[in-house]
Design a protein. Structure first.
Length: 223
C-alpha cells in the first residue's frame, strides 16, 4: 500500500511509515484476499430456505420493483428490515430525485469508482450513457482521471462528489455553487445518492457479490 502525503501531514513521517509497514505486513498475510476475489460470500437464498420475514421482504421487493431481488439486495436480505429500508431509499434516489438523471448517474459512477465497485459500475455505466453522459467521461472516470470537456453541471457534480469522498466534507465555494444551482433539496439528494451508493458498495465489496457476465468493469487503482 502506498503511503499518502496526507498520512505524513497528519501523523508525521515516522508514525505514518510505521503504520504503512504494518498495513503492508497485514495485507501480505496468508489468506488475505482482495475485495474483488471471485468467491460470493452471500449468494441468493433459495426460496425454500428463506425465513418468513425474508420471504415477505422478497415479495414486497418484487411488488415494488417488478423484478426479483438482485445485486446488493441479495446479501441485504439476510437482514430483511435493512433490505426493505434500503430499497425504499433507493426508490427515491434513483427515480424521484430532483437531480437530472445523467447527473444522478454520474454521482453513482463517481462513488463506484471511489470504491472500485464493479457491480455498481457494470449496472450504472450503461444507464448513465443512455441518460446522456458522454462515454469518454465514464472512460476517464474508470481510469481514475478527471474527465475533460464536462458541462458546468457535470463539473459541479464531479467537484462536489469528489470533495465529499476524498475530504469527508465539501468546501464553501463548491457548496455555494451546488446550492445556487440545485437548491438545498438538490444538495441533500446529491449527498443522499453519494451516501446510498457508498453503503451499497460496502455491502457488495464485503459480500463479494458477483458481477454480471460481459458487463463493463473498472480496474483497481492504487489506494
Amino acid at each position: 500500500m502506498t503511503l499518502s502525503r496526507r498520512d505524513f501531514i497528519k501523523t508525521g513521517a515516522a508514525t505514518a511509515l510505521a503504520a504503512n509497514s504494518a498495513m503492508q505486513a497485514q495485507a501480505a498475510q496468508p489468506g488475505a484476499a482482495p475485495c474483488s476475489a471471485p468467491a460470493d460470500r452471500m449468494p441468493e437464498i433459495p426460496p425454500e430456505k428463506m425465513t418468513p420475514e425474508q420471504k415477505k421482504a422478497a415479495d414486497e421487493f418484487f411488488a415494488e420493483r417488478k423484478v426479483a431481488i438482485f445485486g446488493p439486495f441479495v446479501p441485504l436480505l439476510r437482514s430483511p428490515e435493512v433490505m426493505q429500508r434500503a430499497r425504499a431509499m433507493g426508490d427515491y434516489l434513483r427515480y424521484k430525485s430532483v437531480l437530472p438523471a445523467a447527473l444522478n448517474e454520474f454521482a453513482i459512477l463517481i462513488t463506484a469508482r471511489r470504491w472500485s465497485q464493479n457491480y455498481e459500475w457494470a449496472v450504472h455505466q450503461p444507464i448513465a450513457v443512455k441518460a446522456g453522459l458522454k462515454p469518454e467521461i465514464t472512460q476517464a472516470l474508470a481510469e481514475g482521471r478527471r474527465p475533460q470537456a464536462m458541462s458546468a453541471d457535470e463539473e459541479l457534480i464531479y467537484d462536489f462528489s469528489t470533495e465529499l469522498h476524498e475530504n469527508q466534507c465539501v468546501s464553501d465555494p463548491t457548496y455555494a455553487r451546488a446550492v445556487a444551482r440545485f437548491g438545498e433539496q438538490g444538495v441533500i439528494d446529491l449527498l443522499g445518492v453519494n451516501g446510498y451508493y457508498t453503503f451499497l458498495a460496502m455491502v457488495l465489496n464485503a459480500a463479494r457479490t458477483a458481477v454480471p457476465k460481459n458487463a463493463p468493469t473498472i480496474p483497481l487503482l492504487p489506494r
